[in-house]
Design a protein around this ligand. Structure first.
Ligand code: THU
Length: 130
């Protein structure tokens, strides 16, 4: 599966514009690429009960699952206009590893340079079904 990191980040940044983040004002977008070439985007959705807020990454993955996607997750791009290299939180790393043991995490730094990490690098010794 060919990964186009620039395109995934663009889709993630468009998704970030749709974020519902009235409390933190911290908008995040994610774009998940599956091995059949399909992509699913998500944004963060906050709640007055702060702890119930949903992250962009989990929103994108949940959309794919709800759509019946059972292909392997190949990569996920994460973008926030509010920070450089918007690393997935711990809960999102655990969600990502659930759907791919070797997913690529694609981020953008402040000079618009693209950085890639593996989920194994960001979440070593993870808890999985295996
Ligand atoms: N957020 C994400 O969407 N993804 C992450 O990986 C980290 C945090 C959101 C949750 C909340 O709406 C806002 O960023 C501030 O924490």
């Amino acid at each position: 599966m060919q990964i186009n990191p620039k395109n995934l980040l663009k889709l993630a940044s468009e998704a970030a514009e749709k974020a519902y983040a009235p409390y933190s004002k911290f908008k995040v977008g994610a774009c998940a690429l599956f091995e059949d070439g399909s992509v699913y985007t998500g944004c963060n959705v906050e709640n007055a009960s702060y702890g119930l807020s949903l992250c962009a990454e989990r929103n994108a993955i949940a959309k794919a699952v709800a759509d019946g996607k059972n292909a392997r997750l190949v990569a996920i791009a994460v973008y926030s206009p509010n920070c450089e290299k918007c690393f997935p939180c711990g809960a999102c790393r655990q969600w990502i590893v659930e759907f791919a043991k070797d997913a690529k995490i694609i981020l953008q730094d402040k000079d618009n340079e693209i950085k890639e990490f593996s989920i194994q690098e960001l979440l070593p010794y993870s808890f999985t079904l295996d």
